[in-house]
Ligand binder design. Structure first.
Ligand SMILES: [Zn+2]
Length: 260
């Protein structure tokens, strides 16, 4: 993720604390979503390609999915669109050059914490963090060379509110449509700006993936690996990029994916 001081696309404004995770948990609509049948929807022989705009999106959004796919022994490719180098503007603690190394290393540590690093092959595309919406054509070209007809794609919601998340989601969905691949989009920032039963989210297309207590515990530990996103930046007096509320929202007992 990038600094959350303020981001918006259209009416999807990311500012302040966002909707409390308890409000989501109190919403019966969340519990009534249809479950995602993993073994049926991610069958043997398919490769799963997770396309993450920033290092941490794959864990915040998909740590449960990744653990369950690894249990099913599926082949998993993690495509890192950017290395998240712009998360700390003007920082002396975390310069873009440092973040270019630190943030991919945090993802690696998180995958090791989940015990699935041996099952995930990471491919870095090195697009500029914060600029993905201006490079959609290049992203489409880069992904085209990587994908195969047996792939199932997982990316960010194309109306997630963060420009990089939306651009990535749009490119991946378009590619999926053009090449007849299945594509799932995970909600990340939508939990912040949306509210229960928000009509800006096509709930009828969503499926929930329940996480076991152990998977949730592992996900919490894996999120803890993103130290650069969890610390106060003393050089700029900026709060942590990932607030407590953001982390709580990502530790609900479900991950929610849109399909088709
Ligand atoms: Zn992100």
């Amino acid at each position: 993720m990038q600094v959350i001081t303020e981001h918006w696309v259209g009416d999807r404004l990311i500012e302040g604390a966002g909707t409390a995770h308890q409000d989501w948990l109190n919403w019966s609509g969340l519990h009534q979503l249809k479950p995602l049948d993993l073994s049926m929807r991610f069958p043997v022989g398919k490769r799963v390609v997770v396309i993450a705009p920033h290092p941490d999106d794959e864990i915040l959004g998909c740590a449960g999915l990744l653990q369950q796919l690894a249990d099913l022994k599926r082949e998993i490719i993690l495509v890192a669109v950017s290395n998240g180098t712009q998360s700390h503007p003007d920082s002396l603690m975390y310069t873009p050059e440092q973040l270019n190394t630190i943030r991919p290393a945090e993802t690696q540590q998180a995958l090791e914490t989940l015990g699935i690093s041996h099952r995930v092959k990471r491919i870095a595309l090195n697009f500029m963090d914060g600029e993905i919406s201006r490079q959609k054509h290049q992203l489409q070209q880069a992904l085209t060379t990587l994908l195969s007809p047996d792939d199932i794609l997982v990316s960010t919601f194309d109306q997630d509110g963060h420009p990089d998340h939306e651009a990535t989601g749009q490119v991946v969905q378009q590619l999926a449509n053009d090449t007849h691949l299945i594509c799932y989009q995970v909600l990340i920032w939508a939990w912040h700006w949306a509210s229960p039963n928000d009509q800006r989210i096509p709930w009828h297309k969503t499926l929930k993936l329940p996480l076991s207590a152990q998977q949730l515990h592992n996900k919490h530990k894996a999120i803890g690996c993103f130290k650069s996103q969890l610390e106060v930046d003393h050089s700029t007096a900026q709060p942590p990029v990932l607030s407590k509320q953001t982390i709580q929202r990502m530790l609900m007992p479900y991950e929610v994916y849109l399909c088709g």
